[in-house]
Design a protein around this ligand. Structure first.
Ligand code: PLP
Ligand code: COI
Length: 367
């Protein structure tokens, strides 16, 4: 698909009905995940004739789309998840935002959608964070950013749409899991799978999440926080959770994580953890790890710790794993030492309290 490289200027029309400061601060007292939204959104249009055009920052409001819009029928939709943080010195920062821009475009290619020039993606995110800067919580919270693109052409034939909207919305968030940083309980889906070889598992498209919901409901009904998917071909190899990658810390200082086989999302947190763990002296091995091996290693004590990681969830220790045949615990079902260390390093870098030796943190004001 074609891309326009010319940079667009955003027309900025501030909301005339922003939330009252007292209401916003009250809402900040009890932040969960993804229910509270800021005053504005960034919107850019694409069509096959003009390419990207009409870039706006405006009051957050519903879209009006045609009932035949192809996203409503054939699910041409992709998204990203990233966070803005308020550093102690008052700066507002993003963590590796260019990685989100690149992954967004890989998802776009897989879903036959137009790429968003990296500069335009970053500008949309930065302009939204700037106008809604008072929505970035201090302390433990952050401003979750959700860039997404969907097909709007009114056409029922099955082919790529010739019109799209790229949009960014923002939501002040606290912890993803209700239990905060307490270890999570997982449900292993032995029946439903998330993605097959040659499918869309490595793309961040809405359809992957729709496909995960029944399995996630099964997990919830069994008192679990998240579902673990096994591979589609053999139902044997651990892939990832509904919305996070997974790591296993062994008693010999090795760390195992499933490889980027094309069926899992290449997490930006995953990549960062691999780098940090390696620098901490751990040997990270990206290899297939079976559910059977997982259960055996947990029982023998070879597996000391396991954790899930992602932008929304950050780093969450895995305490208990349930499956159709019973359950097992990992270590003492608490948060392991390496997990805690990696979580502190990562969140410290993101929040500016630990030196960023990798150039991962970007000041929003510089974008
Ligand atoms: N895997 C899935 C299915 C996800 O939805 C996410 C979250 O975005 C991740 C992994 C972790 O990716 P990242 O660390 O880039 O947020
Ligand atoms: C993210 O971490 O950004 C995701 O998209 C995952 C989802 C569970 C919210």
């Amino acid at each position: 698909m074609t891309t326009d490289t010319a940079m667009l200027d955003f027309t900025i029309v501030p909301s005339t009905t922003p939330m009252a400061e007292s209401d916003r601060l009250r809402a900040f007292d009890n932040l969960g995940f993804g229910t509270l939204f800021t005053d504005h959104m960034a919107v850019v249009q694409w069509d096959a004739d003009k390419g990207w055009h009409h870039a706006e920052i405006k009051a957050r409001a519903p879209f009006q789309i045609d009932p035949a819009a192809s996203v409503l029928h054939y699910a041409q939709e992709i998204f990203e998840g990233m966070k803005a943080y308020k550093a102690q010195d008052g700066r507002i920062t993003l963590f590796r935002p260019e990685e989100n821009a690149r992954r967004f475009n890989k998802s776009a290619i897989r879903m036959a959608m137009p790429e968003v020039p990296e500069e335009l993606f970053l500008k949309a995110v930065a302009e939204l964070v700037k106008i809604d800067s008072k929505w970035v919580p201090e302390g433990e919270g952050s401003l979750y950013l959700r860039p997404f693109m969907f097909a709007t052409e009114a056409f029922l034939g099955v082919r790529p749409s010739r019109q799209y909207i790229f949009c960014v919305i923002a939501s002040p968030v606290g912890p993803y899991f209700k239990g905060g940083s307490k270890p999570v309980t997982l449900w292993v889906s032995e029946h439903y799978t998330r993605a097959a070889p040659g499918g869309t598992g490595a793309a961040k498209c809405g359809g992957n999440y729709a496909a995960s919901l029944l399995a996630q409901s099964e997990a919830t009904s069994r008192g679990c926080d998240q579902v673990v998917f096994l591979d589609a071909a053999e139902h044997k190899w651990v892939e990832e959770l509904g919305g996070m990658n997974v790591f296993f810390v062994m008693d010999d200082g090795t760390v195992v994580t499933p490889p980027l086989s094309g069926t899992i999302l290449p997490g930006i947190t995953r990549g960062s953890i691999i780098q940090l763990a390696t620098e901490n002296g751990l040997k990270v091995i990206e290899r297939p790890y079976s559910f059977e091996e997982w259960a055996n290693d947990a029982r023998s004590g070879k597996l000391r710790e396991a954790f899930a990681c992602g932008t929304a969830a950050v780093v969450a220790a895995i305490g208990t794993v349930r499956h159709s045949g019973g359950e097992f615990v990992i270590g003492n079902a608490g948060t392991g030492m390496e997990t805690e260390k990696l979580r502190n390093q990562l969140t410290g870098i993101q929040r500016g309290t630990v030196a960023d030796g990798h150039g991962w943190v970007k000041d929003v004001a510089s974008l």
